[in-house]
Each structure stands twice: as C-alpha cells, then as structure tokens.
Design a protein around this ligand. Structure first.
Ligand code: CTP
Ligand code: MG
Length: 371
C-alpha cells in the first residue's frame, strides 16, 4: 500500500491579495508551503510528495527541492493533474493537502492514514463548529443546528482509483475533493482534525500564523574602553563633562557598543566588529548612535520587534547618577521604546580590578526581541 502526498499550491490567493502568493510568504524563516512539505517528508508512512504549482510562480517554487507538476485554473484541475502524476508513479493512496495550511501535524496525518488502512476509500479531517450559525443577509433568516455541522480541513485521504473514477464522472468544480466521492455515492469517513490546521486565506490568518512561529529572542553584549585624559566621556549618546575621555576608534561609547552587540546577538547577526570594523576609516571618530540606528534598520528588515533593554554601566567615575535620566531618555529614543522598557543601571566594582582603578569603563546590555 503506497501512500503519497499531494500538496496543492497553484492558487493565486485572490482573497489574500499580496504580491507574493500566500503559500510562498515567509513564515518563521521558511516559506508557508515548506512547513507542510516538512511535515509530510518527516512522516514514516508517506512514500513521496508531489507539489502542484502554477507556471506563474516559478521564481518561488524553483527554490524548493521537490518534484512538481503544473496545476490548473481551479483547485479540482490542480488536484487532478497531481493525482494522475502520482498514480503513474505507482501510488495506491493519496493525501491531498492545501499548501496554505502550514501547521499540519503528524497526529492528524496518522488519523487519516489509519482510516485509509482500515478500508475507507475517502477520509477527511474535520473540526466542530463552535459558533452558532445563522443564515441570512442583512437580517437573520434562520439558525442552523451547529451540532450537524463540521468544518473541513486537509489532508484528505483517498484511494486513488476511486478518486479518479469519481472525478471522471463529474463535470463541476469542487472546493474539496471529498465532494467528488460524495457525488458518486461513496462513503467518506471523518476523523478529528485540529484547530491549528487552519487555512491562511486572509491577512488576519497570516498574522495568526506568524504569532504561532514567533520566538522570544534574547541578546547580550559586553564592551570595555580605556579611560585617558580628556574633556568628557560619551555614554549612551550623552556627553558627560569631566577630565577624562574614553579611548577608541569611534567615539568609544562603551554603552552603545554593548547595546548594539546585544541587538546583533538577539538577531543572530554576529558582533559589532564584524559590521563596523575598528580598522575601517569610515568609523574613525564616528557617533555610535549611527550603529544603533543601523541595528534598528536590520531589526525592522528582519521582522524583529524589540521588547526591552537592560543596561549596566560599570565604572568608579564619572558618577552616572546625575546623568542617568539623560542616558535613559536618549536610549529610549534611539530604540523607539517606552521609558519603562529601558533600564539603566550603574555599579562600581568596589575599587577592584581595572574599573576599580579607574583605568576603563565596562558596559553590559541585555535585550529581548520577538520575531
Ligand atoms: N489551489 C490550487 N490550484 C488552484 C486553486 C487553488 O492548487 N487553481 C490551492 C491553493 O494554492 C491552496 C489550496 O488550493 O493551497 C486551497 O485553496 P484556497 O485557499 O482557495 O487558495 P487560493 O485559491 O490561492 O485563494 P483564493 O481562493 O483566495 O484565490
Ligand atoms: Mg481558491
């Protein structure tokens, strides 16, 4: 009994209405359709997978290493093209799955496969209708007994020959494949689906999907600069007048450097020296706020959302207390965060070590991002 999977991805996503078709949008670092492909690929009972695509989407599906066939104008046409291809490769059963349902899980696939193994010619996963259902347009015309209703999902499992015979007899298009068997009078079994297997149809669905794959990301940074004679140190973008300055290639703002390293850490993007090399003339005497601004741009481009930042300045002098509010305000502004989402701490090392001897200033930063 050879069971294959057919993932239909040839639709144009009109209701979604994005430039990149919904099944190829990015979701947690891979395309929507790749989530489904992975679920079937990693399932022991699935012998092979075929992807049904549209010739209009070459730039997207060509990035995926998987056999494909060209679909048609309707979902039924797309399914038929794929099922015929799988049959010619010796498949006995097929699990037809919408590419736009990225959160298909092994337990649901198991249920469909088990029902086919028990002799069913067709089986669909369903979930209960929890809302009361009304008919009508501008006014209610009636209430439907929701206990008799089921919301249909995929993958839908079929005995391939039965499905092809059913499609042979029909000349209408269906929104799911079970309808072809129903029209022929073949019993279609139902198994319990899962709310997570929802289909991405609208932008709200995509938002829900993004929230499901979102991670909490933590980054930490540490930096040290040497203190020498001068007319003031720059900490967190604020110049503190005193008879010292911090030595460095840029403005040596040890606080912002630790902060940028924490941001890069949360994004998995290396460290500040890799992006702004200390040997690069462009950064000589540079205002370190520009490093933070660049990190903010990378964050926005990568779809990361900064939650909060916690910074510790470690030095004996200058005293941070009188300047804490200014540093706090400047960093909150740079990070576009509310005041309560930025925390500035200062500590000495009880006259111990290089900071204790006043040879340098150290700073630590921790940030939290979602994305
Ligand atoms: N599908 C397909 N071929 C078609 C139409 C749909 O392969 N001619 C696929 C879609 O890519 C999707 C699945 O069938 O994975 C479910 O269809 P639907 O959610 O309706 O997607 P679209 O048809 O792309 O969206 P819309 O109806 O909003 O245009
Ligand atoms: Mg459609």
């Amino acid at each position: 009994m050879k069971i294959s999977s057919l993932i239909v991805a040839a639709g144009s996503g009109e209701r979604f209405g994005s430039q990149v078709p919904k099944q190829y949008l990015s979701l947690g670092g891979r395309m929507v359709v790749e989530h489904s492909i992975n679920a079937f690929r990693s399932h022991a009972e699935i012998a092979d997978i075929c992807l049904v695509v549209s010739p209009k989407h070459t730039e997207y599906f060509s990035k995926i290493d998987i056999p494909h066939v060209m679909g048609g104008a309707t979902r039924s046409e797309s399914v038929l093209a794929g099922v015929q291809a799988l049959k010619s490769q010796g498949a006995d059963y097929v699990l037809i799955h919408d590419a736009a349902r990225p959160f298909i899980s092994h337990p649901v696939i198991d249920s469909v496969v088990d029902a086919l193994k028990s002799g069913k010619k067709g089986v669909i996963p369903v979930v209960a209708c929890v809302d009361t259902i009304k008919t009508g347009g501008e006014a209610v015309t009636g209430t439907v007994d929701r206990a008799t209703l089921n919301r249909v999902q995929t993958p839908q499992g079929f005995h391939i020959e039965t499905l092809l015979a059913a499609y042979d007899q029909c000349n209408t298009t269906y929104t799911d494949d079970a309808q072809a068997l129903e029209a022929m009078g073949v019993e279609v079994g139902m198994v319990v689906g899962c709310e997570d297997t929802f289909k991405i149809t609208t932008k709200d669905d995509y938002k829900r999907a993004q929230q499901m794959v979102e991670k909490i990301r933590v980054g930490q940074g540490f930096d040290v600069h040497q203190l020498i004679d001068g007319d003031g140190v720059i900490l967190g973008g604020v110049k503190i007048p005193c008879n010292m300055m911090l030595k460095g290639h840029s403005d040596a703002d040890v606080v912002l450097h630790a902060l940028v390293d924490a941001m890069l850490g949360a994004m998995g993007k290396g460290d500040i020296g890799q992006h702004f090399s200390p040997s690069d003339e462009r950064w000589k005497g540079a205002d370190s706020t520009m490093f933070v601004k660049q990190a903010m741009t990378w964050m926005e481009e990568g779809g990361f959302l900064l939650q909060n930042a916690d910074i510790t300045i470690i030095c004996e002098a200058p005293k941070i207390g009188p300047h804490r509010d200014a540093i706090h305000a400047q960093i909150a502004k740079l990070l576009k965060l509310a005041p309560q989402d930025v925390n500035i701490k200062a500590t000495t090392t009880e006259k111990l070590g290089f900071t204790g001897r006043g040879e340098g200033i150290a700073a630590q930063a921790v940030v939290c991002m979602r994305g």
